[in-house]
Structure formats: C-alpha cells, structure tokens
Design a protein around this ligand. Sequence first.
Ligand code: SF4
Length: 68
Amino acid sequence: MNQSASCGACAFFDHARAEQAAHDGLCRFNPPVSQPAPDAHGLWPVVSEKDWCGHFETETPRGLTAAE
Ligand code: SF4
C-alpha cells in the first residue's frame, strides 16, 4: 500500500484526543455509530495513523473540518 494513503494523511482523520494513544485518531468519514444508551454519546471509530481504507481522501467535501 502507498504510505501516503494511510489514515494519518487522510482528510477524515481527527488527531487530537487526549484519551487516545499518540498515533491514534478518530475517523470522521461516517457519523458516530452505536449509541449505548439514550443519554450517551455515539462512538467515532478509532483508527491508527498507519491504518487505511477505501474511503481515503486528501480533502473533505466542501472543506469541512472538525469543530474546535
Ligand atoms: S478509515 Fe478511511 S476514511 Fe477513515 S481516516 Fe482512515 S483512510 Fe480516512
């Protein structure tokens, strides 16, 4: 696999979460999945920088970015 097509280089990879390992991030390609209880948050998939999938993109549609 081409290293540049990994999650760490993907526009949908969201790095900065203190509770995650240094090389992990959230994949923002799809909405959150599996809401364990009505008052719980949905879960974003955690992926590693070296993971990859067929939805890799260098830019998000319309330049969307994560809220701060
Ligand atoms: S799982 Fe796919 S869409 Fe999500 S960050 Fe990795 S390459 Fe991008």
